[in-house]
Design a protein around this ligand. Structure first.
Ligand SMILES: Cc1ncc(COP(=O)(O)O)c(C=O)c1O
Length: 393
């Protein structure tokens, strides 16, 4: 059978791929290259430190005391209540844990379900390059048309007039991300008002990726769509516990949306993953309740790391504009190399022992600039060691 009909039939199966341009994500590629060459990995966005011990204790408690079966489809109620409490405290928005909060296995699943729930074949979805890599495939799989508007360096601001000019009768959704991966820029109150105005005027749905909502610096406040009632009334606001509690491998996030949108999101969610992991949800609920101060401490925790990394590179030949939010720092390298960014990060990883992400991967049509993204959610010693190598270039 191995070399017979079954084998040949398997080998000759031809499929017309629904995502022909999608390969392995750059984050996996760079992490593997870093591991193969023993390089310091400042590419993929995950901490090299652990989440809070008290949080892990609570998860272990539930693992050990029989909370290992399916949770409710929308997430355990205590966690949805903790999310609603947090949303009220942070953004002054009163949301119902029953009808407006859904716990998902990662922000990625929430984004996928949000797009799938509202986007029909032929619908246009506006997104901004550089864009997180899950957005476009989600739109494409739903049969939609991603309309990618490029933000240009060094400011990477959204030109709302251009957005207005891009909207057609087919436009269904706008996807935004603030604080922004990979640029570290943030939308301000004026941006949110423009977004609200356009979304209302053209009856659009907004998918707002706010996974870095608590990683904001220099006293700047995060402008969640949840602060703007008319905008919140037509938005999916998505967040990730992975970023907030240093546990990216737990893949747990959530979506806050008005009842009509939540109902549609859940219709998809229940057939994509149905639920997230029970003991993790229960542990997160307890920890959020017992330690609300964790959220208040995050800006300072990450700002110190950003500043340490920036200071250590001050006299390097990289040009840095300190990040406003996220745990990413863009660096312009044209004084160091003429290589295109993909070739540059490969050389940097193999020859100089520091892995980074090339900026061009976040674009449909990359601009002719030379930027790479470094991740600073690392131990101080890791950042110092990497910066020494980078400053020597
Ligand atoms: C902008 C952005 N959105 C979504 C995600 C995915 O979050 P999660 O791991 O919770 O699915 C990430 C993770 O890197 C991200 O950077």
């Amino acid at each position: 059978m191995r070399n017979g009909f079954g084998h040949n039939a398997r080998m000759s199966l031809k499929l017309n791929s629904k995502l022909p341009h999608v390969g392995t994500t750059i984050f996996t590629v760079m992490s593997a290259l870093a591991a193969a060459h023993g390089a310091i990995n400042l590419s993929q966005g995950f901490p090299d430190y652990d989440g809070p011990s008290a949080l892990k204790e609570r998860v272990k408690h539930y693992l050990d005391t029989g909370f290992n079966q399916y949770p409710p489809m929308a997430g355990v109620l205590s966690l949805r209540e903790a999310i609603a409490t947090k949303v009220l405290r942070c953004y002054g928005a009163k949301v119902s844990p029953e009808t407006e909060v859904t716990v998902t296995p990662g922000a990625t699943e929430a984004i996928y379900c949000a797009v799938t729930a509202v986007c029909r074949p032929g619908d246009e979805v506006i997104l901004f390059d550089p864009a997180y890599d899950s957005y476009e495939p989600a739109v494409t799989l739903a049969g939609g048309r991603p309309i990618r508007l490029a933000l240009t360096p060094p400011a990477y601001r959204i030109d709302w007039q251009r957005v207005a000019d891009t909207i057609t009768s087919r436009t269904r959704m706008i996807m935004v991300n603030s604080p922004h991966n990979p640029t570290g820029t943030m939308l301000d109150a004026e941006d949110l008002r423009e977004l609200e105005r356009l979304a209302e005027r053209h009856n659009l749905v907004v998918c707002s990726d706010e996974v870095y909502e608590h990683l904001v610096f220099d006293g700047v406040r995060h402008e969640s769509v949840l602060r703007y009632p008319a905008l919140a009334a037509r938005s999916f606001a998505v967040s990730s516990f992975g970023k907030t509690y240093h546990v990216t491998g737990w893949k747990t996030g959530y979506c806050v949306a008005p009842p009509a949108l939540t109902q549609e999101l859940r219709r998809v969610h229940q057939f994509v993953t149905f639920v997230g992991i029970t003991p993790i949800q229960l542990g997160l609920a307890d920890f959020m309740q017992a330690h609300p101060e964790h959220l208040d401490e995050l800006p300072q925790f990450y700002q110190r790391k950003r500043d340490l990394f920036n200071a250590a590179l001050k006299h390097s030949r990289f040009v840095l504009k300190p990040s406003q939010g996220t745990f990413f720092q863009l660096a312009e390298y044209s004084a160091i190399s003429d290589l295109p960014d993909r070739a540059f990060v490969e050389w940097l990883t193999k020859e100089r022992g520091v892995a980074a992400i090339p900026m061009s991967v976040f674009y449909e049509h990359p601009p002719a600039s030379r930027y790479v993204r470094f991740c600073f959610c690392k131990e101080d010693s890791t950042l110092e060691k990497a910066a020494l190598r980078l400053a020597a270039l």
